[in-house]
Write a protein that binds this ligand. Structure first.
Ligand code: F0G
Length: 445
């Protein structure tokens, strides 16, 4: 599919962003020139996916498209049980309804915001055990998404009775789409087994993670992406999946597991929240497109092209001395906003300020991964200030060309050149009690 994208003037953008209360989520898509808000559901589907949609089986129960998806999941990840859901967070909702209760502690590597939300809404707590190196954007390491094993063991020891499972997120989205090594997955498994805990994988970008394992973890260089994926999932008890990322679909998700007991319990919640267990909020054609997308995402040539495009943008930024989380990640570049806007105070939302400046400059929409996203502490209601203030530029799959990346780099360079004139950020006019970054209203100081 080819879609028209529209240019605009700075004056128009000034009005639009003001009307959107300086929240980029509130802009209409045709007020955006290059949309790097997310790589979720924004990719282009292939001819084969559209062809599959034409033969989607829309039976309420036991449709052919459901079985196609189930077989694909068995083949790629080797799980016997699976439940489709309308997207990733719905799988979190269903499975956590079975596994997470009040007072629980869920250790992992930078739980995604909806994942954390589904934990916290159950009055449980997510503890981030990501390796420390991930929080220094200039350290160049192959697997900055890894879990720190010492930190994880501390949590497992201290809260033995309260940990329902360990959660590994691949790739680690919030620290820059950074991968987790197979070595780390194995070690996490060993530790979890020692403390008798299951391990779950939040697998939204599993194929990108497998690509990095192939390229950066020597031992696996000779293996195919599919072999690496099978190996990664052989160490875990279940998976949560947003089909909107490495399923290359506009909608869809699922959970899969070995345990029949989990499956049976989760089925009840799936029916209440999502739909019958063989469609879970999806039409037959969506499940068909997801089955094909999952396979296409594990093609090496596709992954190489995609990740090299992210690298292409990174190399341009290197030329302009713009600092970002190094090395560049699987799905996005994360600009280190604190290193650019040195005069904006943390209370004034540094990364959000940079996101607004980039939009004003050229109509490019990124997303803040900083204090707005980190939200307030659920108990003290104080702002949580994360170690990093990042502006994420997420690159949709199979959508933009490298010429678009050139525009992005030039626009950032222009903002960078006038960085010393940007000294003030924003204050909050309105915020909801959870997941505030989606609907917050801001005003310039
Ligand atoms: N897990 C991870 C690691 C994610 O990045 C996301 C979504 C989800 C779970 C939830 O999946 O959107 O299908 O409900 N991330 C998107 C993003 C929204 O922009 O990073 P979903």
């Amino acid at each position: 599919m080819v879609e028209e994208i529209k240019r605009s003037t700075r004056k128009e953008r000034e009005e639009w962003i003001k009307d959107a209360n300086y929240n980029l989520f509130k802009l209409a898509s045709d007020q955006v020139y290059i949309d790097l808000l997310t790589d979720s559901g924004t990719g282009s589907m292939s001819a084969n996916q559209y062809a599959e949609m034409m033969t989607g089986d829309e039976s309420y129960a036991g449709s052919k498209s459901y079985f196609k998806l189930k077989e694909t999941i068995k083949e790629l990840f080797n799980f016997d049980f699976m439940l489709p859901t309308h997207q990733g967070r719905a799988a979190e909702n269903v499975l956590f309804s079975v596994l997470v209760k009040e007072g629980d502690i869920v250790p992992g590597n930078s739980h995604f915001d909806t994942t954390k939300g589904h934990i916290e809404i159950r009055k449980a707590r997510a503890i981030d055990c990501t390796v420390m190196e991930a929080f220094d954007t200039q350290i160049e390491l192959p697997f900055k998404g890894n879990i720190c094993l010492e930190k994880l063991e501390e949590v497992l020891k201290e809260h033995q009775d309260r940990v329902p499972f360990v959660l590994i997120t691949i790739t680690n989205n919030l620290v820059g789409g950074q991968p987790v090594s197979l070595e780390n997955i194995m070690r996490v498994r060993e530790l979890a087994t020692k403390y008798n805990k299951p391990v779950l994988m939040d697998s939204a970008r599993f194929a990108e993670n497998a690509y990095f394992i192939k390229i950066r973890e020597k031992k696996y260089n000779v293996h195919s992406i599919k072999e690496i994926v099978r190996e990664m999932f052989s160490f875990v008890d279940g998976m949560l999946m947003s089909g909107k990322k490495d399923g290359i679909c506009n909608i869809g998700g699922f959970m899969a597991m070995h345990s029949e007991e989990w499956y049976e319990k989760a089925s009840v919640f799936n029916i209440i929240y999502e739909g019958f267990i063989t469609y879970g909020g999806l039409s037959g054609r969506d499940m068909g497109a997801l089955a094909i997308g999952l396979r296409e995402a594990t093609e090496f040539s596709y992954l190489e092209t995609r990740i090299k495009q992210v690298e292409y943008l990174a190399k341009k930024l290197d030329r302009y001395n713009i600092q970002y989380q190094r090395p560049s990640g699987g799905h996005a570049i994360f600009i280190d906003a604190k290193k650019i806007l040195t005069s904006v105070k943390k209370e004034e939302f540094i990364a959000q300020t940079l996101a607004i400046e980039l939009y004003l400059e050229c109509g490019i929409r990124g997303v803040e991964i900083g204090t707005l996203l980190a939200d307030r502490d659920p108990i003290t209601r104080e702002n949580r200030y994360p170690k990093l203030e990042l502006l994420r530029l997420a690159i949709p799959r199979r959508t933009y060309t490298n010429n678009h990346m050139k525009v992005v780099a030039k626009a950032l360079r222009n903002v960078y050149k006038r960085r010393h004139q940007i000294t003030k950020g924003y204050i909050i006019k309105y915020e909801p009690s959870l997941l505030r970054h989606f609907s917050v209203d801001l005003a310039p100081i």
